[in-house]
Write a protein that binds this ligand. Sequence first.
Ligand code: NDP
Length: 289
Amino acid sequence: MAKLIDGKAISQAVKEETALQVAALKEKGVQVTLAVIQVGADPASCVYVRNKKKACEAVGIRSLSYELPEETSEDELLALIDELNGREDVHGILVQLPLPKHMNEERVVVHVSPYKDVDCFHPENVGALCIGKPRFVSCTPAGIVELLKRSDIQIDGKECVVVGRSNIVGKPAAQLLLAENGTVTTAHSHTSDLKEVCKRADILVVAVGKEKMITREYVKEGATVIDVGMHRSPSNKLSGDVDFEDVLPVAGAITPVPGGVGPMTIAMLMKNCLHAATLWYERQEGNRL
Ligand code: NDP
């Protein structure tokens, strides 16, 4: 029976550590501040934004909220981002995705200053991550690595398979596992014999967006299974991309949904906000932490 990887407890520990550092920075006169922009009222986005604001409050980060109507033009959104980019008292900017269809997400994402890009979506930050010199680390992939490390699961030298190659999860997760010296395979919708590929994995990260797709036939006995997927049923029950009940007896360790990767994503966002404020503080002449 697999050991449960407790994302709730681990994310709580990360938030508590972050809160201490946020308080220490406050004593130096810096109030860590995150600006959260939401355009429209997509129900899932509303839940995510609410949770992010709650987390900010819990760790002592000030959050500024910009809730713009669905019909906001792209130019108006870019003007707001310009204003926030220029503000000394704002350290992180988060534009909640997806944006309404009339906006070009790529254009919006590159408009956020790379120094305030706490989601790590800006190509400059993605590039820095790829060459092993990260300024920020994408929140969900950073959460995955943190879960593994704090659960004493060795990455170095292990076969890691990431199912999914999105810019937000799959690709940066693969990069981070590689940086930890894993032997990494990225699988996607064109991968032939996905089961065979997944069965090679000592660490299987699933970010495929298909509810309960990964059953025990994809999992090697004793493997660690990290389920990034998030699906909400009409009765508000959450499930993942992994068929948890089916895989539980086969895996060595597994993240549940809810209570696995989800809470880590927000905890790592808090860490990135702290990091953005720390970098800002250090850029001021003569400051070194
Ligand atoms: P995307 O839809 O952007 O990417 C899905 C990836 O899965 C693609 O690369 C796609 O391949 C691949 N894929 C789809 N079908 C198959 C298949 N049958 N076999 C193999 N590969 C397949 O999703 P995201 O990466 O944004 O999200 C993945 C999941 O994680 C979702 O459930 C999402 O809700 C969840 N999520 C959870 C977060 C959290 O904090 N817990 C944060 C972000 C996402 P191809 O590229 O070839 O199309």
